[in-house]
Design a protein around this ligand. Structure first.
Ligand SMILES: NC(=O)c1ccc[n+]([C@@H]2O[C@H](COP(=O)([O-])OP(=O)(O)OC[C@H]3O[C@@H](n4cnc5c(N)ncnc54)[C@H](OP(=O)(O)O)[C@@H]3O)[C@@H](O)[C@H]2O)c1
Length: 234
């Protein structure tokens, strides 16, 4: 079963997501407080975003000749909720298998080394494989449900991970906290980063579920995704 997927982001009016020049005091609360009101069994982020929370230490060096099979590893359950990272090459290192109150799950491809898998096992970090060289995100969601019982996932960015799930048609809802700022920076990630140019792809349509004024000048907008009609159906 595919879990229900809600993408949640804090964005400027021009769709930017890095807050470096926004000048917001206590910036995290504008993302975190609305996020905490969205019920989910897991939050999921891209590798770049997770490196803000994972260890700053490099992968421990080893001289041992290791051959660890590329099989999913489910650590003993320590919490009711999970922190999932899309980390295809295994770049996040860990001091513990928790981020705050959530237990970490690494989503990998088979490109990762045995030394990296040994590190995850040593820290008791769960990991699943989502493909040989590229990730099948539908399979990833199905494994999160089957192996960890996750029924609802909140995707918390950044733009590249959001864009990947959008392109794959796997997002059910979008929750946007619209900050009253125009950023204007070019070359920085936006809410959804999918690919250059328009190509043959169609934009994703949303239907408004609710809109609420918060923190005076912010808007919390909740949309559901309008799913494309299947061919042959009217
Ligand atoms: N305003 C907000 O609400 C908000 C929320 C979250 C994050 N942020 C900010 O956003 C910035 C990071 O965003 P970002 O877009 O640069 O990075 P990101 O989405 O956090 O991470 C991107 C990385 O994730 C991996 N990845 C994502 N989708 C993949 C796929 N389909 N297949 C394989 N790998 C995939 C790749 O890792 P590899 O490069 O290792 O292959 C990719 O480079 C940070 O500054 C963060 O603070 C803002």
């Amino acid at each position: 079963m595919k879990p229900y997927v809600i993408c949640h982001m804090l964005g400027s009016v021009d769709g930017k997501i890095k807050q470096n020049i926004w000048g917001l005091k206590d910036a995290a609360k504008y993302f975190e407080e609305p996020a905490a009101k969205i019920k989910a069994d897991a939050w999921l982020v891209g590798r770049v975003t997770m490196q803000e929370f994972s260890s700053k230490k490099p992968l421990p060096k080893t001289t041992a000749r290791l051959r660890i099979p590329k099989e999913d590893f489910v650590a003993e359950k320590k919490s009711k909720t999970f922190a999932v990272v899309i980390d295809p090459s295994g770049k996040c290192t860990w001091d513990t298998n928790m981020v705050s109150t959530e237990q970490v799950i690494e989503v990998l491809t088979e490109k990762v080394s045995s030394a990296y898998l040994a590190h995850l096992k040593d820290k008791n970090v769960s990991y699943i494989f989502g493909g040989e060289k590229e990730l099948d995100l539908k399979l990833v969601l199905e494994k999160l449900n089957k192996l960890f019982g996750i029924k609802t996932v909140r995707i918390d960015g950044g733009g590249h991970v959001n864009g990947s799930f959008l392109k794959a048609g796997l997002i059910d809802e979008f929750s946007l906290v619209l900050a009253p700022v125009a950023d204007g920076t070019t070359g920085q990630p936006t809410v959804f980063e999918v690919g250059e140019g328009f190509g043959k792809r169609k934009a994703t349509r949303f239907r408004l579920k609710s809109v609420k004024r918060i923190y005076e000048d912010f808007l919390w907008i909740r949309y559901e995704v309008v799913k494309p009609k299947r061919a042959g159906r009217k």
